[in-house]
Ligand binder design. Sequence first.
Ligand SMILES: [Zn+2]
Length: 273
Amino acid sequence: MFKIVISKEIYGISKTICRRIREEWYAFALGRFQNLNGNDMVFYITDLYIPQQEASITHVRIPSSSMVEMFDAFSVIEKERENWTLLGMWHSHGEVRVFHSFVDLENINKIFKTFPTQHLPMGSISEKIFGPEILGDIGIEPIISGGFRGIRMCFGSTCLEIDFRQQIDDEKFFANWYSHFYVMKAFVEIIKEYFGSIPIIKGALRKIVRYIVSVVVNNHNEIEGKIFAFDPYKRSESPSSFDASISIENLRDKPLFARKESLNEILSKIRMV
Ligand SMILES: [Zn+2]
């Protein structure tokens, strides 16, 4: 469902920083995303933006000043890499194992609340509303109220109504379409009788979400990736989180900020306290 592809170059830079810093540090993850067949999302981390910060042995909290720096970086990204976006957060736990702590979740919420949603990847998730339940009989009946006004289709205990929002008094229309629903009834019977399986029914609601990608690394080359899906219309609601598979690959995109030659410059932004 969710896949994070990290550029080999970026992963190498992160490992180098971990070797030199040893404590907790963080960065904003940048890159692009791809929505495959409407369900599977792939996030490509092609760069890290490392703001001025103090490395910490406890959990890092991202201050507002870092957010401001990231805002400035957007103008560079828009000019140089038009298909890139802010993906989320990348941070190290130093010597500690990789997991998402309570503070990490606070930082992720802060990123979502701070940046305009157009800077974050968009997609959709299906929210289960019922099922699975065994599909019993299919019942199809016209909704008559003064005239022919709609159709009610019941799949077991689940019903769906199509409201025409007008009265259609055309016998031909009625007869033509009603016959199609009988074909559907037969379809379930054929699956049962001929193919020998009993169909089940599930219901899901698709909703548009904005994603935040989060990767946790440490000094022992461990890594964990999670995807947080926020409902942009319910900004105070906590996100749904999903595990993501991680792969490290050679990507054609060249980093803009975390270039190897400026490693000392990167390191100078992370002060040890
Ligand atoms: Zn953490």
